[in-house]
Write a protein that binds this ligand. Structure first.
Ligand SMILES: Cc1cc2nc3c(=O)[nH]c(=O)nc-3n(C[C@H](O)[C@H](O)[C@H](O)COP(=O)(O)OP(=O)(O)OC[C@H]3O[C@@H](n4cnc5c(N)ncnc54)[C@H](O)[C@@H]3O)c2cc1C
Ligand SMILES: NC(=O)c1ccc[n+]([C@@H]2O[C@H](COP(=O)([O-])OP(=O)(O)OC[C@H]3O[C@@H](n4cnc5c(N)ncnc54)[C@H](OP(=O)(O)O)[C@@H]3O)[C@@H](O)[C@H]2O)c1
Length: 240
């Protein structure tokens, strides 16, 4: 468990084929309701993508358990070594090779942060090669729900062009604790966008996770003049 209600799950394909993907893409998990009706749910790939994924390599996802959820029941009931059916990868919530921006504003809530984990090596490359800056604003309720928080903080410590800004909606880290940091904020991610002075001349933004957060940030960024193609969105809605 990454947090009290979030599992980090690791799978390998059982047909011996590779599952490569572009960071930001997702897979669909196919299963049936109790009455036999087929259904599916989407999950962003969380594996840190630093090389082409070959056969037998692990494919990671982070699943937030929601009360009464059908896929939640499937994952909670999965034994170590258990199997699921999945397809993919899908999606275009990815860094674009033609991007000539000077900064990425990466914004996520809950498990919506996983695409950014997968993107870390690509971001590292772009910071080195193009001199871009990156700000990651991550909305979580409490320090214990800050998924992969230690990894993001370590990455920020090692890369001066990368800022990690956890935004806690309910509880801040205790003073003096390892998570207490000058870049920690208290509130929703959209409340802190102005601090970064979003600029259509330099910025491309990515929004992922809670659909209400995505809408709120989209409106705020439009207010700063960012045109729609410079605001890329992935809403975590149920596909049932
Ligand atoms: C492109 C894409 C990528 C996604 N990636 C991820 C991911 O990486 N990790 C992840 O955990 N989820 C992700 N999701 C959401 C995921 O697909 C499911 O919707 C989620 O896991 C809930 O499925 P469930 O079957 O357990 O609940 P459902 O049976 O679909 O829903 C049960 C009840 O909970 C409500 N509900 C469902 N989800 C939420 C929520 N997030 N907050 C509040 N209420 C909710 C429903 O409205 C319903 O009332 C993604 C969605 C999309 C579209
Ligand atoms: N303690 C809990 O209540 C708790 C814990 C874990 C999971 N859950 C449930 O599990 C489901 C998924 O949770 P999740 O953590 O994966 O995702 P989530 O519900 O999207 O929450 C992630 C973060 O986004 C914040 N948020 C909510 N609405 C927002 C908005 N309009 N704009 C900006 N930020 C917003 C949340 O704050 P707030 O929640 O503080 O508003 C939280 O800090 C939900 O049904 C959730 O209620 C509840």
């Amino acid at each position: 468990m990454l947090a009290p209600t979030v599992a980090h799950l690791s799978f390998v394909r059982d047909d011996g084929l590779p599952l490569d993907y572009i960071p930001g893409q997702f897979v669909q998990v196919h299963f049936e309701y109790a009455d036999g009706t087929p259904t599916k749910r989407s999950y962003s790939l969380a594996t840190i993508h630093d090389h082409t994924l070959g056969a037998g390599e692990s494919v990671e996802i982070a699943v937030s358990y929601v009360a009464g959820g059908a896929a939640t029941a499937l994952f909670e009931g999965l034994e170590d070594g258990g199997q699921i059916q999945a397809s993919g990868p899908y999606g275009r919530f990815c860094l674009m090779p033609a991007d000539a921006n000077q900064r990425y504003l990466l914004i996520g809530t809950g498990t919506g942060v996983t695409p950014y984990r997968a993107m870390l090596p690509l971001l590292e490359k772009q910071m080195a090669e193009r001199g871009i800056e990156v700000a990651l604003l991550f909305g979580a309720r409490t320090p214990e729900e800050l998924l992969y928080g230690d990894e993001f903080r370590a990455f920020a410590d090692a890369h001066p062009r990368f800022r990690f800004v956890p935004c806690f909606s309910r509880e801040l880290p205790a003073e003096g604790s390892p998570q207490a940091h000058a870049d920690v904020r208290h509130g929703y991610v959209q409340q802190f966008l102005a601090e970064f002075a979003p600029d259509p001349g330099t910025d491309i933004a990515y929004l992922c996770g809670n659909p209400n957060m995505v809408d709120a940030c989209f409106e705020t960024l439009k207010g700063f003049g960012l045109p729609v193609p410079q605001v890329r969105r992935e809403k975590y809605v149920s596909s049932k």
